[in-house]
Every structure is written in C-alpha cells, then in structure tokens.
Design a protein around this ligand. Sequence first.
Ligand code: ZN
Length: 301
Amino acid sequence: MKSLKILFLAICVMSSLGAQQPEWCKKLPRPAYSKLERVPTADPWFEVYKVRPGVFAIYEPRQLEEVISYLVIGGDRALLFDTGMGISNIQAVVTGLTKLPVSVVNSHTHNDHVGDNWRFSDVYGMDTDFTRANARGSKEDAQAELAPEEICGSLPTEFDAKGYTTKPFHIRHWLHDGDTIDLGGRTLKVIGTPGHTPDAIALLDEKNGLLFTGDSFYLGPIYLYRPETDLGAYAASMQKLAALAPRLQLLLPSHNVPVADPSYLSKVVAAFQQVRRGEVKPVVTDGKHEYLFDGFSFLMR
Ligand SMILES: [Zn+2]
C-alpha cells in the first residue's frame, strides 16, 4: 500500500515536471548530435562536440536560443567565435580544451553571443556603431532569455538570475570585411554579412573548407524581425556566402545544430527571393510572419 502511494506521488511529480517543460525542450536532443563526437566537460550547462580536427562546438542546450560558440585551434593561438549566453563560465570550458592564448571574435553582438566576452582580454569587434553600443552591455535582452518557457531544466546553481545582464566588454582590435586572422597554420577570413545585424560576419577557413555562418544561416527559424535587421543587406550577404559554396565542405552555424551542408546557402538565397517577391504565404504567430522551407524558415515582422 505504502509503495503504491509512493509510486502515485512519483508519477504526480514526474508529470508535473513534464508539464513545466517547454515544447521545444521535449524535442531535445536533436538527432544530428548522435553522429557527433562528444567531448567531456565538467560544467553541465555546456555540451562540447569535436566537429572537425581543432574545431570544437560549445553548445548551450538548456536555453531556447540553443546557441553554439566555436573554439578554433591554430598552431600558435586559438579563436573563440562567440562567448554564448554568459549564464555559465565558457572561459573555464575553453581552458579545459586548450592551453593556447585565446582571442574572441563575435559573429555579431546580440546578447546571446557576447555573454562572456567580459571574461576575455583579447576581443575583436567589427568597426560599427552597433558593435560599440552593444559593448556597453545591457539588461533587457538578457533578462528576457530567462522567461520560464525559455529554460529547459535548471539554471546553474550559482547563477544569479535577478542580477543577470550582458556585461560590458572591451574591444581591443577593430575588424573590417576581408580581414584575416592568423592562428598559426590556420587562417580565418572575416566576411562581412550585414543583414541580421549591421555587424554580422561569417568566418571562412578556406584551407579546410569550413564556413562559420553566425546567425545568417542555421537550421531553424532565422530571426529577421529586429529593428537592426536590414532585409536588402541580408539578401546580398547570403548571395556572397552562396558564391563560396563550391569551395566549402561544411557550414558551422551559431544555433541549434553545429553542422550543415553548404548546399543550403543557395537554397536560402532562392527561398529569400521568393519571400521578397511575395510568392510564399507566411504562418502568423505572435504578430510575426514565418516563411517555412525545408530545414529552415525566415521569421519576419
Ligand atoms: Zn542574433
């Protein structure tokens, strides 16, 4: 009898926990991850995957953005492409993966990509007013990321949710379209891809056929609704990236899944042209228009 009661209680607790889980979170892990090489890390907030030799994806699956930062290892130094949410300590994860000096470059300066920039002394930024404004830090966007429907499971125990902000950070080097960053035996080229934001970039590792696409492309809804988004610039930037596709082996996007086929770039260009010509009927949710395609969508005003 007693054990039945306990069983009943256990079922109640489990089903109430289940009810609290947001829909997106019930679909995790995404199937693509089962094919990737997982690397152990001490902090349960992060999952680390070795995607290519010397390329680690640092994934934050417990927050709706499912943001992915990348650690790229060269012969002399390493580059961290984004620093994530700043909810837990990405610097500690990076230190566990490399002893080389680490420089930070951001795919763009939205809060979910610059959260731990403040921990690093060698930070590169695009030479734009948008970048300078975001480097001053902010609170509102950071706080919105903690809404109950945005969190999957629990936040780190030592995390101060009420005090959570995007902390200000210092930019030491200014970047421009076409600049190259030499890591020693591995060179990354900065490709300006304004659109999602004015300071959006992709990083090209030409020798290895890798393109880190930032938020210009990932599998999932691509956000194109914020006031800083420029749709004409986005179309031009995607054309620029699609032109690189014949030389690429892999796309490494900044959300959801760290691997995608380069053939997606020309699909995005064609799909976005259809949207802009008014040929696609959107699904309207919460006042936003979502244009759905195979594997990705555009979320617009
Ligand atoms: Zn963004």
